[in-house]
Every structure is written in structure tokens, then in C-alpha cells.
Design a protein. Structure first.
Length: 118
């Protein structure tokens, strides 16, 4: 069973007990967070796709780490002009462990009875 959810402008595919690095969340380490913007849930051969989200579905996760990624060096350079600017950037992230995937009510569109036209 897996789910695709959205947080921080990105989409993540998650299974139970998996660890993911997502964009920074305002939560303490050890806290439980819920991602309610679930786009897709797959249970074996049964795939439920939302339009755009699945009502009632959520992914529960536990925050395991708040940190910063490795440094990325940004260089602005113009040849022969003695121009060089160096910048560094470290992106904040939150590492979460997926605790459970809760599926919403199954969406089974009921077929309407055909009416005869006179």
C-alpha cells in the first residue's frame, strides 16, 4: 500500500515505515503531523485517484529530524573583468517517518437508472 501526498509544493510517494525528507515543517522532533492533501492511494490492484485530493484520506507521520541539507555553492563570474561572487545556500528540511496511511471512503459512483423518453 502506498500513497502520494503533497506538501511544500512537492509531491511524495510514501509507504508505511518509510523515511522521507520534506520541506521544512513547523513541528518539534517527536511530534506527529498529518498530511491531508492526498492525491492517490494504492492498495494492491485498487488505485484511488483524487480530483485533485481524496476526501477523508490522510498520511500520518512522526517528525524524526529537523535539519539543513548540504551546502550548495552559487558562483557569479564574468571573465576578464575581475568579477567573482560566491554565495552558499543550505536548504532547511524535516525528516519524517510514515506511521500510517488512512484511506477515505471509497468513491463508487452509483449508476442512475435509465429513463425512457416519450
Amino acid at each position: 500500500m502506498y500513497a502520494v501526498f503533497k506538501t511544500g509544493g512537492k509531491q511524495y510517494r510514501a509507504t508505511k515505515n518509510e523515511r522521507l525528507r520534506v520541506e521544512r515543517l513547523e513541528a518539534q522532533e517527536g511530534a506527529t503531523v498529518e498530511f491531508e492533501q492526498v492525491l492517490l492511494v494504492s492498495e494492491g490492484s485498487n488505485i484511488n485517484v483524487g480530483t485533485p485530493f481524496i476526501a477523508g484520506s490522510k498520511v500520518q507521520a512522526k517528525v524524526t529530524l529537523q535539519g539543513r541539507a548540504k551546502k550548495i555553492d552559487v558562483v557569479k563570474f564574468k571573465r576578464r573583468k575581475n568579477y567573482l561572487r560566491l554565495r552558499g545556500h543550505r536548504q532547511f528540511f524535516t525528516e519524517v517517518e510514515i506511521v500510517s496511511i488512512i484511506t477515505g471512503p471509497a468513491e463508487n459512483p452509483e449508476k442512475k437508472a435509465a429513463t425512457k423518453k416519450k
